[in-house]
Design a protein around this ligand. Structure first.
Ligand code: ATR
Length: 260
C-alpha cells in the first residue's frame, strides 16, 4: 500500500490524516497516511528516512515548512516565491516541493465564501510564516489595496519588500489604520494560539466587511470574538484547510496510483 504522512510538531491535532483518508476513500484509493511527530533539528533526516522506507510523499506543517523548502531538490514556482513548502512528492526520482496554502486560501475565499479579492481593500494582520504563504496568491488576484499590520513593524516591512515585484503592498502602523476602510481583514497572527486578545482600533472597516482567520478551532477564538464584538461576518480557516489539502492530494501524486 502507498505510504503518505504529515510531519509537524506538535502533530496530534492535525486533521490531515482524516482529510486525506476521506479523499482516498471517496476515490477508491488504498493508502496509509500517518501523522508523524517530527523532531526539531532532525526534520531532514527523518523526512529522508520516510522516503527511504517507501514513503511516496508527505505534507509538512509547522514548524517545518522552511526546512521542507530546503529539503526539496526541485520546487514549484509558488514554493520558490514563498520560500515555504507544505507538500513533498517524488518527481522523476527527485524530492519535489509544492505549497498549496495560498491556493487553498484563495479557493476558499473565492469559491466557498464567494468573495472576490480583485479591486478590494485588504488588511493582513501578522507578518510571519503564515502571512508569507498566502501573500503572493493574494497579489495575483489584483486587490485595489493590500496593507500589512504587524506588531513588529520591521517584519511587515521586510515582507512587503520581498513581494514588491509581484504587486503593490505596503505596511501600515496601528495609529494609521483608521485612515482606511478595508473590505476584508485577514488574521495570520498566532495570537489566538495563546488566546491573546486583539487590541485594534474600531473604524477601519465597513458594516459589510468580512473577517477571515487562517486558523480554525480554538486558535481562531480571539479574532472571532473581536469580529463578533464589531458585528462583522467571520470565517475561520477550516475551508482553507480542506482546499489546501485537496490541492496537496493532487500534488502528492496520490491520484496517479489509480493507474499504477
Ligand atoms: P506563523 O508561521 O504561524 O505565521 P510566526 O512566523 O511565528 O508564526 O508568526 C507569528 C505572527 O503572529 C507574527 O506576525 C507575530 O507578530 P510579531 O512579528 O510582532 O512577533 C504575530 N503575533 C503573535 N502573537 C501576537 C499577539 N499577541 N499580538 C499580535 N501579533 C501577534
Amino acid at each position: 500500500m502507498k505510504k503518505y504522512a504529515v510531519f509537524g510538531n506538535p502533530i496530534e491535532h492535525s486533521m490531515s490524516p482524516l482529510i486525506h483518508a476521506y479523499f482516498a476513500e471517496n476515490l477508491g484509493i488504498k493508502l496509509t497516511y500517518d501523522a508523524i511527530l517530527g523532531t526539531v533539528g532532525k526534520f531532514e533526516l527523518e523526512a529522508k528516512n520516510f522516503l527511504k522506507m517507501g514513503g511516496k510523499g508527505f505534507n509538512v506543517t509547522l514548524p517545518f515548512k522552511q526546512e521542507a523548502y530546503n529539503l526539496a531538490e526541485t520546487k514549484s514556482e509558488i514554493a520558490e516565491i514563498t520560500g515555504s513548502v507544505n507538500t513533498i512528492s517524488l518527481k522523476d526520482g527527485l524530492i519535489h516541493g509544492d505549497n498549496t496554502d495560498g491556493s487553498g486560501f484563495i479557493k476558499d475565499i473565492k469559491n466557498n465564501i464567494g468573495f472576490d479579492i480583485e479591486n478590494k481593500k485588504i488588511l493582513l494582520l501578522g507578518a510571519g510564516g503564515a502571512a508569507m504563504g498566502i501573500l503572493p496568491n493574494i497579489l495575483y488576484e489584483r486587490p485595489l489595496e493590500l496593507k500589512i499590520y504587524n506588531r513588529t513593524r520591521e517584519k511587515a516591512e521586510k515582507l512587503c519588500n520581498k513581494f514588491l515585484d509581484i504587486g503593490k503592498l505596503d505596511y501600515v502602523e496601528i495609529s494609521d489604520l483608521e485612515k482606511y476602510k478595508f473590505d476584508i481583514i485577514i488574521n495570520s497572527t498566532s495570537a489566538g494560539i495563546s488566546n491573546e486578545d486583539f487590541y485594534l482600533p474600531k473604524k477601519f472597516f465597513n458594516n459589510d466587511s468580512i473577517c477571515y482567520d487562517l486558523s480554525y478551532g480554538a486558535a481562531s477564538n480571539s479574532f472571532r470574538s473581536w469580529a463578533k464584538q464589531n458585528k462583522l461576518i467571520f470565517y475561520d480557516g477550516i475551508g482553507m484547510l480542506l482546499e489546501q489539502a485537496a490541492d496537496s492530494f493532487l500534488y502528492l501524486g496520490v491520484k496517479k496510483t489509480i493507474n499504477n
